[in-house]
Design a protein around this ligand. Structure first.
Ligand SMILES: [Fe+2]
Length: 315
């Protein structure tokens, strides 16, 4: 049995040397500044979480990420089991936090009691398709031509590590994550990576919230954000391209594992950021699948994985 079963992702945290440059990318990418407190800047999407991205000034480093606990009691249980302390969060929406370390040294925060913010409405029109030919009638399809489409939420984090087994076990044993797809390699079928989702019982959740993948060094492989819909993935690809400021890493395509329509961009510091729409949503009834590493990065359509995407691991 795991110590607790965590709920969805709360935020990711970065330390970066130029807050203005960091912000310009985040705003161009579709996140919005929510607050600034004690030298930290907080960014949000359109869902009701008051923030999902935290940046503080300093040497370039991915600091870690947070997940919501299902109850205040779960924080007490984790704190007691790991000898950690429960601290007040001095951040938008308040709340409390237990800060843990996963095997690669990244901070993993289990948080509770962060007050929700008002969601931000983004008007979207229905799409006509073969199955639903009259979803939109007597109405012309028009997208807002100005600026990026607001991002919905932080969706997953991918940790690269030479210690795959240990890292996967840590997330399973400490936070109750369960495998959606275990990726194996070689004649011994060694674990090469694991796409893990949170265990919410009957409730449907994203195919993965955390993906741990084998790599010679530890680092962040990418952080990933759900956008409004498929149009937002495509439109914002062209929007980011039109700015001429950022390096495109891979996409657009549709993943096999997780099934998202994706697009990857590097921020100015070399950290990979993903936009996606449409993922598989599973509840805890679906057993874990095992697949070969050759299948792991296959697209259902779109260009093959690029070397700059694969090599883009940064501490
Ligand atoms: Fe991803």
């Amino acid at each position: 049995m795991p110590i607790v079963k965590a709920s969805e992702l709360a935020y990711c945290r970065f330390q970066l040397p130029d807050l203005e440059l960091a912000e310009q990318f985040l705003v161009d990418f579709g996140l919005m500044r929510a607050d600034e407190q004690d030298g930290k800047r907080y960014y949000r999407g359109t869902d009701p979480h008051p923030y999902c991205y935290v940046v503080e000034e300093g040497e370039e480093r991915f600091l870690g990420f947070g997940l919501y606990a299902k109850s205040r009691e779960d924080l007490n249980i984790v704190a007691a089991a790991t000898d950690a302390t429960i601290e007040e969060l001095s951040a938008p929406g308040g709340g409390v936090c237990v800060r843990l370390k996963e095997p690669n040294g990244y901070d993993i925060d289990l948080v509770y009691g962060i007050r929700a913010a008002e969601p931000i409405e983004v008007p979207r029109q229905p799409l006509n398709s073969a199955a639903r030919p009259f979803a939109r009638t007597n109405e012309f399809y028009r997208l807002n031509p100005d600026g990026p489409t607001p991002v919905r939420r932080l969706a997953h984090v991918v940790i690269a590590t030479p210690q795959v087994g240990e890292t996967v076990n840590w997330f399973k044993e400490t936070l109750g994550l369960i495998s959606s797809d275990d990726v194996v390699a070689g004649p011994e079928k060694d674990l090469f990576g694991s796409f893990m989702r949170v265990d919410e019982g009957d409730k449907f959740v994203d195919h993965h919230s955390v993906f741990v993948i084998s790599h010679p060094t530890s680092g962040l492989q990418h952080v990933s954000f759900e956008v409004q819909d498929l149009d937002a993935v495509f439109r914002d690809h062209h929007y980011l391209k039109s700015l001429g400021r950022y390096e495109h890493l891979w996409g657009i395509g549709r993943h096999l594992l997780g099934s998202q329509v994706f697009d990857y961009w590097s921020n100015p510091f070399g950290y990979s950021h993903e936009h996606w729409a449409d993922t598989d949503r599973l509840n805890a009834d679906v057993p874990s699948n095992v697949c070969a590493v050759e299948e792991g990065l296959i697209n259902q359509w779109g260009d093959a994985v690029t070397s700059k995407f694969r090599q883009g691991v940064k501490v």
